[in-house]
Design a protein around this ligand. Structure first.
Ligand SMILES: [Zn+2]
Length: 348
């Protein structure tokens, strides 16, 4: 018997998936050679990343701008108490966990905020983009990038007990702009956020399962098995819906090919970031967090840092600064407060 080739998947590990007729040996080889980027590693992103790592997708990139907090642990299945106690960036914690789940694939965590300016650099080179984001600004940016570059991506969102997902293939299916910019009435719940009405862990798992199954079909080369519908469900009421979405012949993105989010003229420098928080990303630079911590020791309270971020309190606010110069201010949604605290403590 010939020894397995270097890139051949471990057939014992994936035996139950290979036995499944829809995947088979050839599908498993395709998965091993495939790559995907998970944008946003909150609840849906973490579960989707874990499912794809276990399934043997050969290369995964996890992109996230945030750090693990105790309020994440109820539903963000890759993280645990110690990640929250250490305030680890989610991308860093996810990379560690995914490598422990499957050491035979390549996993890379990147701590960054996706913007029009860095989208090309961060998203390029992957076969599939998976939505783990929590906002429509970023989803429209993903949609613009994917449609422009004719890459597939999978929209997924959950809030309360309700979730929705749709697989988008440029010029084959409707895109997110066909769905949301055409003036049709939106499915209930699409515009709520989990910071205002909460979210149940089971709906997160359901939606990430649906997203991951579609991802496996695409990456294993089984496009004919894609369901081609907007699927929504509510785990509290038990209501499930699956509806076909037509392309809009006058769609801004997939018909007129106007990529206004990717061009990003209107990208604000201070953006809402959850309830009672704002993110400041006016300019990117490299910060020496240890030196900044020493400098802040006399003027701020509870200053602490790890190799990825520094946090301090100036009552009633709490600021978290990342090594790339980005910061998240908790305790206010007022951009002028954020700007002035940033200038005073970090420097303008
Ligand atoms: Zn469209």
């Amino acid at each position: 018997m010939n020894p397995p080739s270097k890139n051949a998947p471990d057939f014992e590990r994936y035996s139950r998936q290979i036995l499944f007729a829809g995947i088979g040996e050839s599908g498993q080889h395709r998965l091993a050679a495939a790559s995907a980027i998970v944008v946003g590693c909150g609840a849906i992103g973490a579960s989707t990343a874990a499912l794809l790592a276990r399934s043997g997708v050969g290369r995964l990139r996890i992109l996230d701008r945030d750090f693990v907090e105790p309020s994440n642990l109820q539903r963000q299945a890759l993280f645990d108490d110690s990640d929250a106690a250490d305030s680890l960036p989610k991308a860093v914690a996810a990379e560690q966990k995914l490598r422990a789940i499957n050491s035979s694939i390549s996993v890379e965590g990147i701590v960054a905020d996706l913007t029009p300016g860095n989208a090309e650099k961060l998203l390029s080179g992957f076969d599939l983009i998976l939505d783990g984001t929590d906002n429509f600004e970023t989803r429209f940016l993903l949609n613009d990038f994917a449609v422009k570059n004719r890459l597939p991506w999978i929209y997924a969102a959950a809030v309360g007990s309700y979730g929705v997902t749709m697989t988008i293939r440029s010029c084959v299916t409707a895109c997110l702009a066909c769905l949301l910019e055409s003036g049709e009435q939106l499915p209930a719940g699409v515009e709520e956020t989990c910071d205002t009405i909460g979210v149940l862990a089971p709906v997160v798992q359901l939606i990430s399962s649906l997203e991951s199954a579609e991802a496996l079909k695409l990456l294993a080369g089984k496009e004919e098995a894609l369901h081609g519908r907007l699927v929504s469900s509510d785990v509290w009421t038990g209501r499930f819906q699956s509806i076909p979405i037509a392309r809009n012949p006058d769609c801004r993105a997939c018909s007129r090919r106007e990529f206004s989010y990717l061009e990003g003229e209107a990208q604000p420098h201070i953006t809402m970031c959850g309830r009672d928080s704002v993110q400041i990303h006016e300019r990117s630079r490299s910060l020496d967090l240890a030196a900044l911590g020493a400098r802040l020791a006399s003027s701020a309270e509870a200053v602490r840092h790890n190799e990825f971020l520094l946090r301090f309190r100036v009552a009633p606010y709490e600021m978290t600064v990342f090594a790339d110069g980005r910061a998240i201010l908790k305790g206010s949604q007022d951009p002028s407060v954020a700007r002035s605290l940033y200038a005073r403590f970090i420097g303008s």
